[in-house]
Design a protein around this ligand. Sequence first.
Ligand code: FPP
Length: 243
Amino acid sequence: MSVDLQSLERIPRHVALIMDGNGRWAQERGLDRVEGHKEGAQSVRAVLRAAAEAGVEFITVYAFSTENWKRPPREIDALMKLLISSLDAYERELHDNRIRMRVMGQFDRLPLPVRARLQKTMDATAHYTDHTFIIALSYGSRTEIADAAKKIAEKVKAGELKTKNIDEQTVAAHLYLPDVPDPELMIRTSGELRLSNFLLWQLSYSEFHITETYWPDFREEQFFHALEAFNERDRRYGGVRKK
Ligand code: FPP
């Protein structure tokens, strides 16, 4: 059954996605794992379109974790090439829907041609303010928090900040993208119940939507269903339920 977007009372400003199950999707079809990633890249495009249609402002996808560097070099190479070719394919969606693309993670660890291609798209879309597409690349949340601690320590050392004044806002202000609001909704595909070192700080109060669907099968309809499920829940923030 299709979802009537007009009937949804609350559209999350920011949706984060753990795109899991590409390998299994391919293996079940007797295909190489890379084929699963290729089909998964089409799902990213579908989600970008769906998010723009629904009025979601920020989309963050977990495309490559710090742990993913341990995968076979052939798969890493294929993922990096796919990233480059996907940016060509997404160009139209980004401009048509006025989407700004940003990257979060250890940018300097990425191969030079990948960095150059990412930079080109980031520059070409930097002026858009309607929607933002964030790709988490060579991203690990614990590293992000440790990096924030280092930056804060440097400021204390330089006398710019007092230890007694460090609070939650201070930490949040030193994460990779401090101007981006926390996601209200996190979607993980392929049924795993783990955070996998993704946005540990930012997802503290988010709703989680876990679906058995493998990422390559997660398209517009599945995204709208996740928004519908989000609407059926009541957020309490650990306080008193709103009447
Ligand atoms: C997890 O599936 C997925 C990844 C590690 C890569 C995600 C990348 C893409 C969807 C490709 C392109 C992305 C962009 C932003 C252009 P898995 O391989 O861990 O699947 P498995 O758990 O079934 O083995």
